[in-house]
Structures are given as C-alpha cells and as structure tokens.
Ligand binder design. Sequence first.
Ligand SMILES: [Zn+2]
Length: 460
Amino acid sequence: MIKILNTISGKKEELAPMDSKKVRMFVCGPTVYDYIHIGNARTFVFFDVVAKYLRYEGYKIDYIQNITDIDNKIIEQAQKEGVDSLEYAKKYSDIFKEDMLALGVTSPEYKNATDHIPQVIKQVQTLLDKGNAYTIENDGIYFDLSTFPDYGKLSGRTSGMADDAVSRIDDSDKKRNRGDFALWKFSQKSDPSWPAQFGDGRPGWHIEDTAITDKYFGPQYDIHGGGQDLIFPHHEAEITQQEAASGKKPFVKYWMHVAFVVSKEQKMSKSLGNFATVRQLLKKYPKEVLRFYLLSGYYRSPLEFGDKALKQAEAGVGRITEFVQKLNLSDGNGKENIEEASTQSQKQFTEAMDNDFNTPDALGSVFEFIRTANPMVNTNSLDTKSINSVKLYLEKVNSILGIVTTDKKEIPEEIQKMIKEREKFRAEKNYEESDKLRDKIRSLGYEIEDTIYGPIATKQ
Ligand SMILES: [Zn+2]
C-alpha cells in the first residue's frame, strides 16, 4: 500500500488512483532560458523515481511534464542576445532534454507550452463565458478571484493578501482583486503572439499547465508534483482556473512538493549565484553519483549541497557497484544461502518506498543487506539460488533508482593496463613494484581491492 503525504491535506494518504491501476501524473517542468541547476534536477530525478517505482509495482502510468517555452524571462534573455525568443527557448529546451537523459531521467513525456495554444485559448474563453475572467484594455485577461471562494485551499492564502501579486506579468493597478492573475497577455511590441478571438497575445504563467493536462488527462487527475516554491501562486492558480472552468473538484487528488537543494542553508538559485549546473556536475561525476546524492535525502526535506555530500554519494555508489561486480563473478559453488535475508531486505526497500517514497530509508535497507552479504561474497561462498535472488533484488533497485554503475568503460584502458601490470608483479612476488603501481593508480583516482576474483577497481 503506497502512502503519499498530500500537501493539500497535510496527511499521509493511501494512493488510490481515480482510474484503478492507472496513475496520471503531471510535474511542472522548466522555463527554458538557461542551463538547469542541481536544485531543479532534484525534482525531476525524484519524480522519475516515483514513475519508475509505480510502474514496477504494476501501475500503468501516464507521466507528463510541461516545458515552458514562452515566458517573460525567455523574452528578456532572447532580446538581450538579439535572437528570436522561440528559437532561444528551443535551444535551451534541447539542452534540458539532453541533461535529463544524461541523468538517466527517462520516464516523462514532454509537452511544450507553445504546442498547446489552442487549448489555452479554449480555457480562457470558457472562463470568460462563465464570468470568472475579465479584460483589462491593452493589458490582458485576468482571473477574478472574487468568483472562486475556494481560493487558497492549497497554500492557505486568500485573494486579498497583499503579497499575492508576486509576478510582474500579473501586475496591474486596474485589477479587480490584488491577487488576480493573468490568463492571457495581449501582444506588445515584438513579443511572440498568437491570434485569438479575444485579442492576439500569449498565455499567462499558469494556464499552460491546465491547458495541457485538460487535453491529455481531462479536468481531474491523480498526482501533481513540482518544487515547493510552486505551491503559491502557481499551483493555487492552477486549481482556481481548472476547477472554475470545469466545475469539477478536486482538480488533483495528490499534491507532492519537493524541497530545495540548499548551500549553507540558503536556497540554491540563479539570483544568489550559489548554484552548480547539471552540465558542470556531469563532467565531474557519473549520473549514478548525482542520482544517489539527490535521492540520499527525503524529498520533502532540504538537501545540503557540497563536495562532502557528493563525495559521500560517490563512496555509496562505489560500494554498491563493487558488490555487484563481485556478485557477478561468484560461481555459485558455495554453500551459504541468504535468500531469506535478501527477501527481507526487499521487503524493507518496498516499505520505505511505499512510505511516501522515502528514498534514504530505501537506500539504507540496501546497504544493510550489503553489509550482511559482503563477507560471503568476498569468500565466494554463496550458493546459486542466493546469487540469483540477490541479483534480481539489486536489478530491481537499480531499475528504479539508477544508482549502480554498469558501464564497464568507467575504468579507463590506461588504468586497466596498470592493473594487469600490477598483477604480473604480484605473481612474481615483487610487492615493492606492485605497491608502487597501486599508489599510482590511487593517485589517478581509482582504488583497487584484491579479491578472491582478482583485482577489482572502483573510481574514488
Ligand atoms: Zn507548472
């Protein structure tokens, strides 16, 4: 039984999809105007794991992520560089997708905002027809919050709260209520613009998501996720638009929000300049290490960023990978049976994941098991049944979390050659030379363990 801590109720609730075994999940994607940083990636890696876990547990899952390719920030950046803003967005959208693949994020289906303008226009028209929206001349179409008494049920804010107008796009002294937000902005100067019966222009910030989900999921669906900074005003506005337009509630059954990656207790952000891009980090660390790091904390708690945390993740991945390597070399002629311990550990893994996708606890159960099994793997004393059971378990873990390095090319040829050379010295009992080589290999960032199966190298 999977339980989700639902932001809107503040309680852990049992996952019961509206359509039995099919889960419809939507996660807010990036605004594509720059490289994404590791803080953004936390949300996307986490929901990739959620999707893969649900699929593993037998759910059918439709997972959509939007790409905001029309936005003030994009227009501003493109103008600074003197390029077309849609082309500018396309460039960073491609970069985003490359970064995601490089991080092993394979589960979402991406939908561009600009591919869904007819759906946006349809929703704006519905809200105008129902009297939920109004026009401000030479500006745009706004949602009238006084027509939606449920406003604030996710974030606890009210339509009159002074800090409601947080986005420049929603700023106007002609608004009926302070918190009213733009659904559509009429075309200005050289901004990208699409024809519409109520005035040519472009979508506001929140409407693209509901236009997209209404098209693929209908007016109601199961899980909506995103970074915790999106609770307000973005997700509150989404509820408002969609429930007002369709008259059906709840718009979304489970709301899940991912906490920030922090650096010295400050949120990592572009404006503070304390960020590291995914692209930079992938040059230094394999994807498994970055995923391990991002999954090493419970998603609703802040995650500290820094060399220490990344080194810990590297060591964790190294330990699992080394264990798997030895396991793959075991011949099964031993007598020890650990099927029961393996089954028990799998149960703990599942319980942790079922408990609001508690990835640190899930990882903990894997490491506890490795500690138990390691002495037997080190001495090649496991029987075939145990080896198969453990392999299946770790394959399952890896298919969900993506934390085991499986790429043999990880150890460069140069290092492999030195390892072979060292073996020769060892065979000749020339330990002085073999130790020298070991030190040299270590200085290049690889640790060698002499096992019953021969030397096993891992990247440090
Ligand atoms: Zn969104």
